[in-house]
Design a protein around this ligand. Structure first.
Ligand code: ADP
Ligand code: MG
Length: 421
């Protein structure tokens, strides 16, 4: 319960129409209502936004929400406005606003109408905005996608580093940080950077019991192996990730020639083609999309039945996010990765042009991927351990859903394989 004795179930129903909280939402909201610094780690789709939206809507003052992408902010503002009769309930503050718009935003905040103010981190550093925000009531500050603060995360944003010093200027307001990045290293960075090692932390499980994890040694027969795999999953939707645009094009073509309906997707295609190919996949005009990692952010197709990594990913974090696009509906999701040490060397070579600090991080992340590919233990246990979660590989949910558990390698076989590489 929160110290304000607010019936948050009633408010949940009133604002969002939901009759139950999802996962840890209730505890998170109570922590924030009790003015505690709060840290939330939940997988994508876990319902993180509501953890700050609901407390913002029911408290006095304006909550500041820091988010890295304008598109994400706009989506959320539209969603909140649709819950309320007042447009002013949520605003975005950014450099694209006209002077008149800024006057309106400030008026709505001052009058107490605005409950959520979304800002990009670079806008928050503007002195005139800070000066204004010092004059109004702030309920709390929410930092969404908080992993952007860490160089160990998959989306480092230097501007996130300045947040704490700005928040300090706004007075003593609680902070809530939220992320779907579960590695202990990133979490530590977030807490340290936001100077909130005292925060109450809520972490949901990252286990996806319906995903089957498999690693195959990459040989020169990889293309026929992939074709065979897809034909065994006839009519099912799947994604194939490749490292380079060239490979994406080549694989898409090979699949087409072999009678599999597939389209390529990468940043080298023009926006129109990309949008068309994405729609074709979503509308099931094609079964397979062959893509670079440019594909997937915000793609919410519930029945993706397999995700194949033609090349190894650059970190286990990315691997988890990319494979996480399979089986959103709770049904089968086969995650197959092809592994060869040559690919590791290729990735290392790519990185060698980068600044030393970045290289070191890149190599360390890659070593974890290698260890995952070469392990003979439960892959689920390995992945979850990487995220700081202990998984019971005998009784845990989904315990038998990987190749190592289904077909344990004898020691000799395992050694053989290492020598072969
Ligand atoms: P995240 O930011 O953790 O990836 P979102 O905040 O985008 O997740 O929420 C994912 C989905 O879950 C949204 O469609 C949202 O409406 C839904 N959702 C959140 N909380 C609840 C709830 N208590 N009951 C039902 N659906 C919920
Ligand atoms: Mg989110």
């Amino acid at each position: 319960m929160n110290s304000n004795e607010i019936d948050i179930h009633k408010e949940l129903k009133k604002y969002f129409g939901f009759s139950q909280f999802k996962g840890l939402q209730e505890q998170v909201i109570n922590s924030l209502l009790n003015k505690q610094n709060t840290f939330v780690i939940m997988p994508t789709g876990g319902g993180k936004s509501l953890c700050y939206q609901l407390p913002a809507l029911i408290q006095e003052g304006t909550a500041i929400v820091v988010s890295p992408l304008i598109a994400l902010m706009k989506n959320q503002v539209d969603a909140i406005r649709s819950l309320s009769s007042e447009n002013g309930v949520a605003h975005v503050l950014n450099s694209s606003l006209t002077k008149t718009e800024i006057v309106q935003v400030k008026k709505d905040i001052t009058s107490g109408l605005t409950k959520l103010l979304y800002v990009a981190p670079e806008s928050l550093t503007k002195e005139e905005y800070v000066a204004f925000l010092q004059t109004v009531t702030i309920s709390f500050v929410a930092i969404d996608e908080a992993h952007c603060i860490s160089e160990w995360g998959h989306d480092f944003r230097p501007e996130y580093r300045n947040l704490k010093s700005i928040i300090k200027q706004l007075g003593d307001v609680p902070i809530i940080g939220l992320t779907a990045t579960a590695t202990p290293k990133v979490q530590e960075d977030i807490l340290k950077n936001l100077d909130m090692t005292d925060a109450t932390t809520f972490k949901a499980s990252f286990n996806r019991p319906n995903l089957y994890y498999e690693v195959r040694t990459k040989t020169k027969n990889i293309e026929s192996d992939i074709i065979r795999f897809i034909k065994q999953h006839k009519g099912k939707s799947g994604i194939i990730y490749c490292l380079s645009r060239k490979k994406v094009e080549a694989i898409a073509e090979v699949l087409q020639v072999n009678g599999i309906s597939a389209v390529p997707y990468h940043a080298g295609l023009d926006a129109k083609t990309r949008a068309r190919h994405q729609d074709m996949f979503l509308m099931e005009d094609v079964d397979v999309v062959v893509a670079t990692i440019a594909f997937g952010m915000g793609i919410d197709k519930p029945d993706v039945r397999f995700v194949i990594h033609h090349d190894i990913p650059k970190s286990l974090e990315s691997y988890y996010q990319e494979t996480g696009r399979a089986g959103r509906d709770g049904g089968e999701g086969h995650c197959l990765a092809y592994y060869s040490y040559k690919d590791v060397e290729k990735l290392e070579k790519f990185m060698s042009g980068k600044p030393v600090a970045e290289q070191e991080i890149g190599f360390a992340l890659l070593q974890e991927v290698v260890a995952y590919a070469e392990t003979s233990m439960s892959r689920r246990r390995f992945l979850l351990h990487y995220f700081g979660e202990e998984f019971d590989d005998v009784n845990g949910e989904g315990a038998d859903m990987d190749d190592n558990v289904r077909n344990p390698k004898t020691k000799v076989e395992a050694i053989d394989e290492v020598v072969k590489l």
